[in-house]
Design a protein around this ligand. Structure first.
Ligand SMILES: [Zn+2]
Length: 626
């Protein structure tokens, strides 16, 4: 059960196996640039912000230093007792990065942070700077709001990253101590307790995989079983806010706080595959289905209510009031990935693609040091009621869950590109990358080359392969109307009935498969039940959702004056001003000023939504009226 450095997550129940941290390297192209910015700008910026915000200083106080604790009361007076988790998420990102390539400065910063984390831990294993410094020192007196398990969950994930990526177990020793402290109090013969913010469940399963100690898996399963039994009470927003309104295997739909629900379901999938619990897995699948069908934005974003960061009712998806927290998009990737591994179904890889390009990437500026917490699909020219700063990405947040979550997502994103099983290798996401996998016959190495997402050709060269046939599977995205897969002479591709085009062949080094995906501009109509955008259309190309931004309009024109002109076809245009190789869309529009007279035909330049708000705070919209 244990997995050493460089090895993949090998759970008994996964249908598909991850390649692990050393199995995929993005080497060029669009994704390589996003990963480079994350490594060279975002993560170092993150360390500076952890120092500024007090998150590192808090741990120093817990370790015995003198000073003032920083719990970041926001304007509403709320206290955030979970700043330790910012440090852990950042450390997770650095663990993956140092496994990708050495970086002495990053390693030195991480050593400092790891030293503080280890020094802050009490001899009994307990670790939470808030409780230790200003919370009276007694653990677990406020499971509903205290985030103590949640923080340990992120500590464990960081420890797993350092173990798998580098074979460095300094954090693992701390994480095991912290998890043991929780198990001692809340294990099979202990107190009944669940955290108001799920997250630890999936981490505990990983801890069992890494250590081989089944207690953590059992504890995760116990926490899932205890949820939905009213242990947390009603709180400020009702029991559904923290998914304590119904048992995990009974709740038919997602409910409450979006990130909490998605993290909880990640834990449920992990426990289900380890225990072979098909009922539990099916319950998560049902909720996902409902979520994908009724409560997901075109961007893949989830959560439409600001008040409690929650899902709305079915089809309650207003573009201007979208919450679509960056963390919820990241959680969508985490859950989609687990469901993909558990089932092998392409729809989960489709969902990951949509939310990565259009829900995760917009959360960070192109320069890498400014972040969105909330990701609306519309921002008006007139916004008298908007709080100052909205529409601008911020360098950090008092509640800074999203920025370091983005860092760890991007640092590990290579691991989401492909999987393997006994029969072959499956490519789910396309980037120019070198892949290493194992099939039944032996080791496989692939060199993937593509201009994706701007171009639709994906070339897969076999660099190394065992004797005998195995299957290369390439996902044909759900949005794609025409895809052609060609292989070596004589190899006959199988149709993409299940979302993958496949070639079973006795591959030899030097042979290639080429997938050509057609990338026309798509004019997308919303589900008519989404009242907020009825009568509008959106523009998509490949995996990307596009938006119109006021920076691209002629002087004096207002975004609100534009309507889509269906008589003329949209066309692609190069947009080097937005980024290298970026393809924009010229959207045919009629300009009809409100209250004014006359109409003028023209076109407006749409850019990929992930690139919005990089030219100052602008008016923007994804959905355009007819
Ligand atoms: Zn967040």
């Amino acid at each position: 059960m244990s997995a050493g450095p460089g090895q993949s997550t090998q759970a008994a129940g996964w249908r598909l196996h991850p390649l692990g941290p050393s199995g995929a390297r993005v080497v060029d192209g669009f994704l390589a640039e996003r990963l480079r910015v994350n490594r060279q700008h975002t993560i170092p910026h993150g360390f500076a912000q952890l120092q500024r915000s007090g998150a590192l200083g808090n741990l120093r106080l817990a370790a015995g230093a003198d000073g003032h604790y920083r719990a970041h009361a926001d304007s509403a007076g709320a206290t955030f007792p979970f700043l330790d988790s910012d440090v852990y998420k950042w450390l997770e990102a650095v663990g993956w990065e140092l496994g990708r390539a050495a970086d002495p400065a990053l390693a030195e910063a991480a050593d400092e942070a790891i030293g503080l984390v280890a020094a802050a831990q009490r001899p009994d294993g307990y670790l939470n700077s808030y409780v230790q410094v200003v919370g009276g020192g007694t653990p677990h007196t406020d499971l509903a709001w205290g985030h103590e398990f949640y923080c340990v969950g992120h500590l464990v994930q960081a420890a797993v990253a350092w173990h798998r990526s580098l074979g460095d177990d300094r954090l693992l020793a701390v994480a095991v101590g912290a998890a043991d402290r929780i198990d001692k109090e809340f294990g099979p013969t202990g107190r009944d307790g669940v955290d108001g913010h799920p997250g630890i469940e999936m981490a505990l399963v990983e801890l069992t995989r890494v250590t081989g100690d089944g207690r953590y898996l059992a504890l995760a399963a116990r926490m899932l079983d205890l949820r939905g039994r009213g242990l947390l009470g009603e709180g400020r927003f009702g029991a559904a806010y923290w998914q304590d309104h119904q048992p995990v295997r009974e709740a038919a739909t997602v409910a409450g706080h979006a990130v909490r629900q998605l993290y909880l379901d990640c834990g449920a999938v992990e426990v289900a595959v380890e225990l072979g619990d098909q009922d539990l897995l099916a319950a998560v699948g049902r909720r996902w289905q409902d979520l994908a069908r009724t409560r997901t934005y075109l961007t893949g974003g989830m959560g439409s209510r600001h008040r409690d960061e929650s899902f709305g009712d079915p089809f309650e998806l207003p573009p201007d009031r979208a919450y679509a927290e960056t963390c919820a998009s990241i959680a969508g990737v985490l859950l989609g990935w687990r469901l993909l591994l558990a089932t092998g179904e392409a729809r989960y890889a489709d969902a990951i693609e949509r939310v990565v390009y259009n829900g995760v990437l917009p959360g960070v500026s192109l320069g890498g040091t400014r972040f969105f917490y909330v990701n609306p699909l519309q921002r008006r020219t007139d916004r008298a009621y908007e709080s100052p700063g909205r529409g601008h990405r911020a360098p950090w947040y008092p509640c800074a869950c999203c920025p370091p979550n983005l860092m760890r997502m991007l640092s590990s994103f290579e691991q989401y590109l492909a999987t393997s099983d006994d029969t072959g290798v499956q490519l789910h996401q396309y980037a120019t990358a070198d892949l290493r996998a194992r099939v039944a016959g032996g080791a496989v190495r692939l060199a993937v080359r593509t201009g994706y997402p701007w171009e639709g050709r994906v070339t897969v060269e076999v660099v190394e392969a065992p004797d005998g046939p195995w299957t290369l599977s390439l996902r044909v995205p759900q949005w794609c109307r025409s895809a052609v897969l060609t292989g070596p002479g004589g190899a006959r591709p199988r149709a993409a009935g299940a979302g993958y085009a496949e070639l079973t062949w006795p591959w030899r080094a030097g042979q290639e498969a080429v997938l050509d995906l057609e990338l026309p501009v798509r004019v997308t109509e919303p589900d008519p039940r989404v009242d907020a955008v009825r009568g509008c259309v959106a523009f998509e190309r490949g995996p990307l959702v596009y938006c119109l931004e006021s920076a691209d309009l002629p002087p004096g024109a207002r975004l609100e004056d534009l309507r889509w002109d269906p008589r003329r076809e949209p066309a692609t245009v190069p947009r080097p001003d937005v980024g290298d190789a970026v393809v924009g869309i010229a959207v045919p529009v009629v300009r009809r000023p409100a209250g004014g007279s006359g109409a003028a035909d023209g076109s407006a330049g749409a850019i990929p939504y992930f690139a919005w708000a990089n030219r100052g705070a602008e008016a923007m919209r994804v959905w355009l009226p007819r």
